[in-house]
Structure formats: structure tokens, C-alpha cells
Design a protein around this ligand. Structure first.
Ligand code: F6P
Length: 532
């Protein structure tokens, strides 16, 4: 933690740039979106097209002046400086003294980036090549299980970033996947997760990928040990090496578990779990879509990285999304952000973004150790449209709290059926219109006041490259917000206390010693002890 001294900048909310935005917000607060749209040029002026996306910001409570003031705030916070430091491999994760280099995972082979005397691009491609070769062996059946059979099912065991990224991306890219190999994901320590995943599987044709950066996560190790028992009960202990591979930074623990480290795919401490889908953590996805498909996915990420690094703020999509996020969070008092993909393939995208955003920016202390007195990361949530329309959109349309939202849609269907995609897209567009403009009615119960904000993000089609660009778009949006707030978006100490207390409570559930917690915790443990 850096100390507070003369070199410490004032908190961002004490700067003139912040104050200018606060007074601008006072002016904007009462202006209805309908009024803003009196300007016929508005949609054109507030829509950006870059890196394969159309981003329409016009249905938000802002003007070009707002964006200019926000850009000044970004300059004041030196977002670009921190971005460049991140891409260059500086140790911007100050609380853990680590570089933050997920962007190096998608650099082309021809690039070079020397960090601590080692070219990380060479290291990245070495692992990528090994993982790609393995993935192709599984796909073409040349990787054999202990009985000589080819693999039919891959089970990814991991949690958090070791689950959400590959699970989301596998779901998103199903049409590009080898359908003869099923991929399943087990994350929860709840025994039902593993139990259900194993139903119908033949141990002889099942491959487990144990994914854990630390190889110390209790959920993952517990699930992996039970999976190993399931397999060795059927095929014997000696079958384990042909049915278990690992993705980790911890070779020692992988070996201790009984996985041959020749079948371990590494990554590095400079890849945060929630930023790791482009590393070997994406092995299950690589098996599904092939090494070439995975390279296209990385290529899309790299394209967005380049855009983030080179585009001026006014055209920079991740920066703009981040700035709009700060505008709602800090100046319009919005604490909830909905992500609404109009693609069933993106069903897990909101869950993925929850970790990316909330684990990164759910912080209250800045990089200088000061408790901040402005709001930081919003609550992020969502469901694919149109399902959400028949559930929580009631609140979006007529509730009395402001929720900012991203509507994500695609011009082309990946798996067209009849007119479905036109109907889906009609809903995608109509909902943003209804939210913004509403509809008058004599009966107040049936009236739609409108004035509900949304950002529309549209791409041509959901394919590996587009998904890569979409993920990087949000990674850098989250980065931009964290940089403005002056927090470290790359640690996650907030998850530690619960883990520690669970270790203490575990033995108490099955013991009979007197308990020393608060009365609620004691009573819950005692109730569990009284189970039949
Ligand atoms: O929940 C905390 C966390 O550390 C996440 O940041 C991470 O993605 C997850 O646990 C899994 O960690 P690991 O990959 O080390 O098992």
C-alpha cells in the first residue's frame, strides 16, 4: 500500500473535474430523454462504430458535453497512463505487487514484451501451442483414455475465474464446437454439482481438466478428489494420468494431486483469475472449438486491446462505456447495472460479468489506502432477453429506481430458425425505445413515463472473434472505472474472510464442543448438529 504523502493526488471527488460533473448532473437530472431527442442529430452524434461494434449511447441521460467533462475526469485520473503501464507489464496490482498482463495472452507471436528479463509473449505462445496440440489430440481421438478409447466428455473442474470464463465462452460458441465431445462444468462444492455432471458418463471416455490458478481452492480440490475417486473406482488408480490434466500456476500441488505435470498447462501470477479465459484456463473451450477457433477468439481480444490503446477517448469504446458507468454511479446516483444479451448463447455472460466487474471494482479503499467516500462498483446482473422481459422488466419500465443497462444484440443469427431472429431483434430494439420514451395513459397504472436509460451494443454475429472483442470491451470498461475511482481492480481480498471462517465452522458442524460465535451463528451450527 502506498503511503499518503505530498505526491499523493487528492481524492478524485475533490478535483475541479469531478465538481464540474456534479454541477452538470444537477442541470441534467430533470431533463427527460424525450427532450434530449428533440435534437434530430442525437443518435448520430452519440453512436460510435469501431472494432466490430456499434455502440449507441444516445438513450442515456447525457450529452456530448457530458462526455467531454467525463473525458476530462479520465485525463485527471490518468486512465491512459495506468492503461499504458498495464500493457507494458508494470506492477500496477500494487497490493499484491504484480503485473497485470492478461492482454499479453492475446498478443501475436510476432510481438515481444520483456518483463523481468523474460519475453512473456514467447512464454504465452509456448503454452498456447502445447494446449492447442493437446486439444487437437482430444478432438481427433488420438488422446486415449486408459482403456484405449477416445474422449467423449470433458469435465472442467474449477470455480470463479477458473469456471465462469470457459463455461460462458463454451455456451456462447456452441455452434462452433465439436458436437461429438460434450463439455460439462463443475464448480460448486455442493455435491449435487458433481453428481449431476457425472450422470450418464463412462469413466473410460471422460477427461477431467482441473483448473485452479493456486491449486488450493477448497471447492475445486474437493470436487477433483471426488472425481478422481469416481474414476479410479472404475478403472484403477493407474488410469488417473490419462484422464486428468491440470491448468495451474502451481506445479508442485498438481503433482501432489497425482496429475502428471507433463499434462499441466501453466499460466502466470500476472493473469488474474477473472481475466484468465484467454490463457490455458480456456482449455475446455479450446477442445470444443479447436486451436484455430481459440486463436480467432484471442485475435478478437487483441483487436479490442489495440482499439483501447490507440483510439482517442471520444471514440474509445471501453473508455466510453466506463465513463458512462462512472456518470451513472457517481453523478446520477445509480447503483444497479443490468446486462441484457439478446442471445441465448450469452446466457452466462451476466454471471461472467458479475465476477469481472464486482470482484474487480467492489472496493472501498483507494490505491493510497484511503477509504473513499464516493460510490464504486455497481451491482451487475442480468438475463438474456426476451426471458427477462417476462420477469424483471416490469421494474425497469415502471419501477422507481434508476437502473442503467446494456442491451447486447447481433445483426445475424448464429443458428437461424425461421423468423425467430427478426422477432428477437424486434424485441431488442423495441425495449430500448419503450424504456426511453414510454407512453402516456389516462390511467397512471398503465402509464409508462419513459426516461429509462440504455446503451445498445450491436455486432454483426456472435463468433469466436466477436466474443473475444466483447470480453475485452468489458475488461477495459471495468479497468477504466477502477482507474477513475483510484482503486486497485486486480486484487480480491474481500473473498478471503468468508473462506477463513468456513474453515473454522467446518469441524464445528460435526463436533460437540461449545461454540464461541455470535448467537445467530451458534444457533445455526447447533441446528445443523441436531440433524437426524
Ligand atoms: O473467489 C476468489 C478467487 O480467488 C477468484 O478470484 C478466482 O477466480 C477463484 O477464487 C478461483 O481460484 P483458483 O483458480 O486459484 O482456484
Amino acid at each position: 500500500m502506498a503511503s499518503t504523502d505530498d505526491a499523493t493526488p487528492p481524492p478524485i471527488d475533490a478535483t475541479p473535474e469531478w465538481k464540474a460533473l456534479a454541477s452538470h448532473a444537477d442541470e441534467m437530472a430533470s431533463v427527460h430523454l424525450r427532450t434530449l431527442f428533440d435534437d434530430e442529430n442525437r443518435a448520430r452524434a452519440l453512436t460510435r462504430e469501431a472494432a466490430g461494434f456499434v455502440v449507441d449511447l444516445s438513450k442515456n441521460h447525457l450529452t456530448n458535453e457530458t462526455l467531454e467533462l467525463l473525458a476530462e475526469l479520465a485525463t485527471k485520473s490518468d486512465v491512459a497512463g495506468l492503461r499504458d503501464a498495464m500493457f507494458a507489464g508494470e506492477r500496477i496490482n500494487i497490493t499484491e505487487d504484480r503485473a497485470v498482463l492478461h492482454t499479453a495472452l492475446r498478443r501475436p507471436r510476432t510481438d515481444s514484451l520483456v518483463v523481468d528479463g523474460s519475453d512473456v509473449v514467447v512464454d504465452v505462445h509456448e503454452v498456447l501451442d502445447a494446449a492447442g496440440a493437446f486439444a487437437e489430440q482430444v478432438r481427433d481421438g488420438s488422446w486415449r483414455g486408459a482403456t484405449g478409447e477416445a474422449i467423449r466428455t470433458v469435465v472442467n473442474i474449477g470455480i470463479g475465474g477458473s469456471d465462469l470464463g470457459p463455461a460462458m465462452a463454451y455456451g456462447a460458441l456452441r455452434p462452433f464446437a465439436e458436437r461429438t465431445i460434450d463439455v460439462r462444468f463443475v464448480s460448486n462444492i455442493d455435491p449435487t454439482d458433481l453428481h449431476e455432471a457425472l450422470i450418464g458418463l463412462d469413466p473410460a471416455t471422460t477427461l477431467f481438466i482441473v483448473v485452479s490458478k493456486t491449486f488450493s481452492t477448497i471447492e475445486t480440490l474437493t470436487n477433483a478428489a471426488s472425481a478422481r475417486k469416481w474414476l479410479s473406482d472404475a478403472l484403477g488408480q493407474e488410469a488417473v494420468p490419462s484422464h486428468f490434466v491440470a491448468v495451474s500456476t502451481n506445479a508442485e500441488r498438481v503433482a501432489e494431486f497425482g496429475i502428471d505435470t507433463a499434462n499441466m498447462f501453466g499460466f502466470w501470477d500476472w493473469v488474474g483469475g477473472r481475466y484468465s479465459v484467454g490463457s490455458a484456463v480456456g482449455l475446455s473451450l479450446m477442445i470444443a472449438i479447436g486451436a484455430d477457433g481459440f486463436r480467432r477468439f484471442l485475435g478478437g481480444m487483441h483487436e479490442m486491446d489495440q482499439h483501447f490503446v490507440t483510439a482517442p477517448t471520444a471514440e474509445n469504446l471501453p473508455m466510453l462505456l466506463g465513463l458512462v458507468g462512472v456518470w451513472y454511479t457517481n453523478f446520477l446516483g445509480t447503483d444497479s447495472h443490468a446486462v441484457l444479451p439478446y442471445s441465448q448463447y450469452l446466457a452466462r455472460f451476466p454471471a461472467y460479468l458479475q465476477q469481472l466487474d464486482m470482484e474487480s471494482n467492489g472496493k472501498s479503499v483507494d490505491r493510497y489506502g484511503r477509504t473513499v467516500d464516493y460510490a464504486t462498483g455497481p451491482v451487475v446482473w442480468g438475463e438474456p432477453g426476451t426471458n427477462g422481459q417476462h420477469a424483471f422488466y416490469q421494474l425497469l419500465h415502471q419501477g422507481n429506481r434508476r437502473v442503467s443497462s446494456d442491451f447486447i444484440g447481433f445483426v445475424h443469427a448464429t443458428s437461424p430458425v425461421g423468423e425467430h431472429h427478426d422477432l428477437l431483434t424486434a424485441n431488442f430494439i423495441a425495449q430500448t425505445e419503450a424504456l426511453a420514451f414510454g407512453q402516456g395513459h389516462d390511467d397512471p397504472q398503465r402509464r409508462f413515463d419513459g426516461n429509462r436509460p440504455s446503451t445498445t451494443i450491436m455486432a454483426d454475429r456472435l463468433d469466436p472473434a466477436t466474443l473475444g472483442r466483447l470480453i475485452a470491451l468489458y475488461e477495459h470498461k471495468v479497468f477504466t472505472m477502477g482507474a477513475i475511482w483510484g482503486i486497485n481492480s486486480f486484487d480480491q481480498f474481500g473473498v478471503e474472510l468468508g473462506k477463513k471462517l468456513a474453515v473454522a465452522v467446518g469441524p464445528e458442524l460435526v463436533g460437540s464442543d461449545s461454540l464461541g460465535h455470535d448467537s445467530s451463528t451458534n444457533a445455526l451450527i447447533e441446528r445443523y448438529r441436531r440433524r437426524d
